[in-house]
Design a protein around this ligand. Structure first.
Ligand code: SAM
Length: 487
């Protein structure tokens, strides 16, 4: 991922907004009770919300959101979230219990300690986060694909990768619930109660963490975080071990999580020692919605984790993940008229690539707006699959071939950027890439032309249909760019 541009810290990013009581009243005057209670809680916990913004449904593209009620300059601090108000395991009163079992609970999934903390707080009528938790009372509006009927996933999302991600999630949720979460509550039934929890309820909590939690980069030098733009984390640096993950475990960041996402965001979260601050990433005009970034993420990721996607070409971070086996299928397809000994030669070549681990069977090629991002494995496959039998024998007999191959083709001029593909010397590479794209298009349930017809009547679609269409259509457009570059 590209590194976000580091922006100048401006003096008005200090978040010390002095609001008089009239101004406070105006900002939330149309808010329903739960939102008022929540924003009053934010005020009493020193969130220092600027009078230039308003939280609510008005002006938001999806349920709650934040809008500018005055012009806002770049670098201006919209609000802060003191670290003491972050809902994370070590801030709760079961911190000790979780800490004792942390390595077991977080062994497969960093989310489990947070999920247990959330379940505990949700079950506690006097939780210090009560006004925050009550704002999202039943999670009924979380329309993530993991709640969809299997038949709808198959019909709308097959081939996008979201279908596979949901399958993996559902298995992991069941396993985490049965093997970690329930046993934890049972072991500590004297100290904490699991209340009405069952698997369905746990699943809703997972969805809440999935689409509302934030992660913070461990090092200041690490630029990107999921569900936040951490490029200008600013005030803090830790001396953590290089082996440790670059992200800290997830946490809930009240108020920051009312902001919606857009690829070209106008606000970003920064991580300070005492507080996290939401800062204007560019000037924002009165009336504009304030959008955070959930990271430089593809539609596949947005659809999977958050249940929405952006229409082509808005999401410049979009990618399509093509299983590597598709290039082998392309080679076979291109040579289907050839004699059977050539086809078995291709089988030998593919087995060789896998055996020598030049390619892993479950690898993917990642195709983005500029070209194939994982071009080293793709070039490896193109090179070997384009050889005739004699060239392949010579290649495998060549002493030290593996060292030589490991740095092949990574010179700047041979990267698989779309702009450079038309001038590739070996026409077989272009044929393979083009056929790979054509074959991948067969995995979706609709054609590009059918998608375009639906886009013309977008207002008649349900939101599930709309966002699934944006996901599949965006991916097909990227494949079309590849096919066009090879033609
Ligand atoms: C962190 S929450 C943002 C606050 C949310 N709108 C609410 O009402 O609570 C993330 C959820 O907001 C929605 N969302 C965020 N950005 C969106 C966008 N650009 N378009 C549609 N829905 C969006 C999605 O439902 C997502 O799962």
């Amino acid at each position: 991922m590209a590194t976000p541009v580091k922006r100048k810290r401006e003096s008005f990013s200090n978040c010390n907004h002095d609001l008089n009581s009239n101004q406070k009243q105006n900002i939330f005057s149309d808010a329903p009770d739960k939102l008022k209670t929540f924003t009053a809680w934010c005020a009493s916990n020193k969130f220092n919300i600027s009078r230039k913004v308003q939280v609510g449904r008005e002006g938001s593209c999806a349920q709650y959101g934040m809008t500018a009620v005055e012009d806002i300059p770049e670098g201006y601090c919209l609000f802060q979230v003191p670290r003491t108000s972050l809902l994370m395991p070590h801030n709760t009163n079961i911190a000790g219990l979780i800490e004792q079992e942390k390595s077991k609970l977080a062994a497969t999934n960093q989310w489990v300690p947070l999920l247990i903390s959330l379940l505990h707080e949700e079950n506690n009528p006097t939780s210090k986060w009560r006004p925050y938790l009550d704002l999202f009372p039943d999670f009924e509006t979380l329309d993530l694909p993991m709640f969809w009927e299997r038949s709808d996933i198959e019909k709308l999302l097959r081939g996008t990768g979201v279908d596979l991600a949901v399958e993996r999630d559902l298995k992991m949720i069941r396993d985490d619930y049965n093997k970690l979460v329930l046993p934890f509550f049972d072991r500590h039934s004297d100290e904490i109660s699991k209340g009405q929890m069952d698997l369905d309820y746990f699943k809703k909590m997972v969805a809440f963490v999935m689409s509302y939690s934030f992660t913070e980069p461990r090092h200041r030098r690490t630029k990107n975080s999921e569900n936040s733009n951490s490029g200008d984390s600013g005030e803090e640096e830790s001396d953590s071990d290089d082996d440790e993950p670059s992200m800290l475990p997830p946490m809930m960041v009240p108020l920051a999580d009312t902001l919606n996402h857009i690829t070209h965001n106008n606000a970003k979260l920064t991580f300070g020692k005492e507080a996290l601050k939401m800062v204007a990433a560019r000037p924002i005009k009165k009336g504009e919605e304030i959008f955070n970034t959930y990271g430089q993420v593809s539609n596949l990721h947005l659809m999977h984790m958050y249940g929405f996607a952006e229409p082509y070409p808005d999401n410049t971070n979009d990618v399509v993940e093509i299983p590597v086996v598709r290039i082998f299928e392309a080679a076979k397809d291109l040579h289907q008229d050839k004699e059977s000994s050539y086809k078995s030669h291709l089988d030998v070549v593919w087995a060789f690539l896998i055996e020598q681990e030049l390619i892993l069977a479950d690898d993917i090629f990642v195709l983005g707006r500029e070209g194939i991002i994982t071009d080293d494995i793709c070039i490896q496959a193109l090179k070997v699959l384009s050889m005739d039998k004699q060239q392949f024998v010579e290649y495998t007999e060549k002493e030290g071939w593996s060292d030589a191959e490991s740095d092949t083709s990574l010179a700047e001029d041979s990267r698989l950027e779309l702009a450079k593909i038309p001038s590739l010397v070996d026409v077989r590479w272009k044929q393979l890439l083009k056929r790979m794209g054509q074959l991948h298009l067969n995995n979706y349930t609709t054609t590009l032309e059918e998608d375009e017809a639906k886009l013309r009547v977008i207002s008649t679609l349900t939101s599930q249909e709309k966002f699934a269409l944006y996901t599949a259509h965006g991916q097909k457009m990227l494949i079309k760019l590849l096919i066009d570059a090879c033609s």
